[in-house]
Design a protein around this ligand. Sequence first.
Ligand code: CTP
Length: 397
Amino acid sequence: MQGKKILLGITGSIAAYKSAYLIRMLVKAGAEVKVIMTPSAKDFVSPLTLSTLSRNPVLIDLFDEQSWANHVMLGRWADVMLIAPLSCNTLAKMANGQCDNLLLAVYLSATCPVVVAPAMDEDMWHHPATKINIDILASFGNHIIPVEKGDLASGLHGDGRMAEPETILKYLEANFFLTSKLKGKKAIVTAGPTYEPLDPVRFIGNHSSGKMGLAIAKELYSRGADVTLIMGPTQLAFSANGINLVNVTTADEMYSACIDKFKEADITIMSAAVADYTPINKADEKIKKKEGSLNVELTKTKDILKALGEKKKKGQILVGFALETNNEEAYANQKLKEKNADLIVLNSLNDTGAGFGYDTNKITIFEKGGKVYKFETKSKSEVAKDIIDTITQLYYA
Ligand code: CTP
């Protein structure tokens, strides 16, 4: 965001208090911020606070006694005009081209991209008039940052909260200011376990939480990649926000989803803990308890990574994971060769803080040319950064 010019419009909404945080974050990220408020926004947050944080005078009126605010030049000055929070009232005026305050005059004359972050109560948000107005704004080419679900000023819980300042900042970075080498690259990430059904109520599975794969998908997305996350069954509560999510249950479903997407993929990272075996017979009805033991015959699942390795074309980067308990290095190298992968990310169950369920991981990356990269125990989001940094340095520098 260094040196980027952001024109922040603030309208009359309780969420206006978050604009103060947003300005601080933008300024900290190196942006220059000028603030325009609607007259009613002054009731929610003080212009003095905002001018202090933005280090610029706050503009409210089209005219004062001495001067006329040049709305045309303001719209031309900005790299992006961001209206956050966008109230129901200003939304309706924008959709209809009304121009009874400075913020609306600047909006109508802005030549830069316009991004809005609506904020309103749930019933207002779901009103057909609001939906139509949002669609009209989108049809003008304005960018809409989706509202979030949560506690509302009315005391109700539901849709309508303004996106958090962190989300807004990320949106601006990802959509307008990204110089990342991964911008526009297509990526597939697999995550979580697979469940192999024995009957309608039982399955064979494993303890994978999906946290590592989700962290990788988020990291790729934040660097501008177009990410598809193919996710096995997981207890993780998360919002995919911008990531294409494909939910699967079995190894066979994961195989089909991967094969389907792989042709287009630049980067494929297989962090899922795919079941190696699946029951040959899947009972249609619940298996009843009987005398004696129960034998279940298993057959191998398709090795997805290996299948992709066989289909891999020049320029496609294929990354596998290896979770080992012994002879880690030898097995990691063996997997590199057998599966025709470019990199294998090894996590050893011998390392404390590494593996299923933890929020941390300790990895070593093996590269097909023989290079080895070792990392300390870190949070899974930092590990994801290390993996993506390694890929970027090796293949996109
Ligand atoms: N993998 C896969 N399809 C499978 C099994 C594994 O794509 N049916 C992928 C995993 O997502 C991982 C890599 O292969 O990226 C290695 O998985 P791992 O379970 O460590 O190795 P396996 O090949 O299954 O061998 P083993 O279990 O004997 O170590």
